[in-house]
Write a protein that binds this ligand. Structure first.
Ligand code: UTP
Length: 283
């Protein structure tokens, strides 16, 4: 199965950090966000990882290209672990497709239509992290169990915040799994059909690509993936897998990026101690 990672948005909520580079290239601890996302797709057996690239792409392409000179330099200084890390990033099997203009997430996904053909495919938003790589695997399991249906990931949001998100309507089949009957973009609190908002992971059938080809611009004048998924529900079943609070992290704004760094640092002994020492030194 192919994995599409849209990473061509403008990242305006993270300016000026994103003036000359993509927000997907900002580091979380020791590597750019998008490297975690590529590794997650590979952990879910993606046979090709397609990054949707746009403006400000130089650093992104360089990150996933071999750097023999840097690697040799590090080895000559006795820094084998760093040389390995550099080689690993350069060897990750990614390809790139251009999105000429940031016309929306749906448009970005459709840019890879020629590559996915008649097969189901993953979509992983390039600014959203799932460090333990388990969500796509749960989605794949549901996809297989329900005759190849589309599966999206959702997370529970406080009811007063639902109007910021795309929200599902449907019924819970079992703990952590919903059958989706509708998708509502940014509902008013009193109209929200659930407290489960779309999270940035999708396993979609090829019909979605056909629908995207004809999806008109929606909210914000952008071609929205959610609109194509809403249309899909008229002809196909869809399921939603619930992502736990400590399982998935957004990095698209300074607040969420900062929180993601702190939470992940606290999980790794080497970084946790650094963070605790730094905070203690501030008093
Ligand atoms: P976002 O809406 O979070 O990204 O899209 P954005 O538009 O870059 O953010 P702001 O609002 O300006 O700060 C979710 C994902 O979809 C990609 C983004 O790069 C991000 O990873 N995307 C979005 C595209 O690839 N192309 C687009 O046209 C829009």
């Amino acid at each position: 199965m192919k994995a599409i990672i849209p990473a061509a948005g403008l990242g305006t909520r993270f300016l000026p950090a994103t003036k000359a580079q993509r927000k997907e290239m900002l580091p979380v601890l020791d590597r750019p966000v998008i490297q975690y996302v590529v590794e997650e797709a590979l952990a879910a057996s993606a046979d090709e990882v397609i990054i949707i690239n746009g403006a400000k792409k130089a650093a992104l392409i360089e990150h996933f290209s071999p750097s023999p000179n840097l690697s040799e330099f590090l080895l000559s200084k006795g820094k084998a672990a760093l040389a390995n890390a550099v080689d690993h990033a350069g060897d990750l099997p990614v390809s790139f497709v251009e999105q000429d203009q940031p016309l929306g997430l749906g448009h970005a996904v459709h840019c890879a239509a020629a590559k996915t053909g008649e097969e189901p495919f993953y979509v992983l938003l390039g600014d959203v992290l799932v460090p333990d790589n388990q969500v796509l695997l749960r989605m794949l399991d549901v996809h297989k169990r329900y005759n190849g249906a589309s599966v999206i990931a959702v997370f529970k949001v406080p009811r007063e915040l639902v109007s910021r998100f795309g929200v599902i309507a449907g019924s819970q089949i079992q703990e952590g799994l919903w059958k989706v009957s509708d998708l509502v973009e940014k509902p008013a609190v009193e109209d929200a059909p659930s407290e489960y908002a779309i999270f940035g992971r999708y396993l979609l059938t090829p019909a979605v690509m056909e629908l995207l080809a004809h999806t008109a611009p929606g909210a914000g004048g952008e071609i929205q993936l959610t609109d194509a998924l809403k249309a899909l529900l008229k002809t196909e079943d869809m399921y939603a897998v619930v992502v736990d609070d400590d399982e998935g992290f957004d990095t698209g704004t300074i607040e969420t990026w900062l929180e993601t760094n702190v939470r992940l640092a606290m999980r790794k002994p080497e970084f946790a101690q650094m963070l605790k020492d730094a905070i203690a030194s501030i008093g």
